[in-house]
Write a protein of this length. Structure first.
Length: 202
């Protein structure tokens, strides 16, 4: 039986992406508990039960409505929760979606789920006026950086990380990538690069 306990916000070929609610938070927690390396890098210790509910109850950024905040559970179709994400629409600019968290069960990493999710979330957010998905990457997150580097290599251009007030970030806009060359990219926006995700283990 599928672990989806609510209607999917959007789906990809292998994932149903749902809003985390108090009812499903314990199921979503399983993905967090299965990503100990991520928590060691980000928080300096192992994951603890209740992380998904804590994420759900976290206040939105200053000036942002709670309606623009999306704590997301990533459910493998026909299976269980394998990841958690946290997206804020219209932050830090009106046309940006900020991905403050993206983690996967370690057994599901390096299987293409990260790129699949980013493509899906961009496609879902675009009709909401979002042109870019921006995400923070901890510089010490070696697997996360390797993920970005691999995506950049596949798209054929370099992927430097940009340091700004939100940390080390990159931005995801596959439509733009399809329309410009690597040289034109820097004239359009210094931040627009191949893949991005926050504190990420993809």
């Amino acid at each position: 039986m599928s672990a989806v306990a609510t209607e999917a916000l959007f789906s990809t070929p292998r994932l149903d992406v749902v809003m985390i609610s108090p009812d499903v938070a314990p199921q979503a927690d399983k993905a967090a508990l299965a990503a100990p390396a991520f928590f060691e890098t980000e928080y300096g210790g192992p994951p603890e039960p209740g992380f998904a509910l804590e994420l759900l109850e976290a206040p939105p950024p200053p000036g942002v409505s709670r309606a623009a905040v999306f704590p997301l559970g990533l459910v493998e179709k026909g299976g269980s929760y394998i990841g958690i994400a946290h997206l804020v629409l219209g932050y830090p600019t009106e046309t940006t979606g900020f991905l403050g968290l993206l983690l996967f069960d370690q057994s599901k990493q390096r299987k293409g789920y990260g790129k699949e999710f980013l493509d899906g979330i961009y496609g879902w957010a675009r009709p909401h006026g979002i042109a870019f998905i921006r995400a923070r990457l901890n510089p010490e997150n070696t697997p996360g950086k390797a993920f970005f580097d691999k995506m950049a290599e596949e798209l054929g251009f370099d992927h430097p990380l940009i340091a700004d007030e939100l940390g080390f970030v990159a931005e995801w806009n596959p439509d733009l990538v399809k329309r410009v060359t690597e040289f034109e990219l820097s004239t359009r926006t210094v931040n627009c690069l191949a893949g991005s995700t926050c504190s990420t283990m993809c």
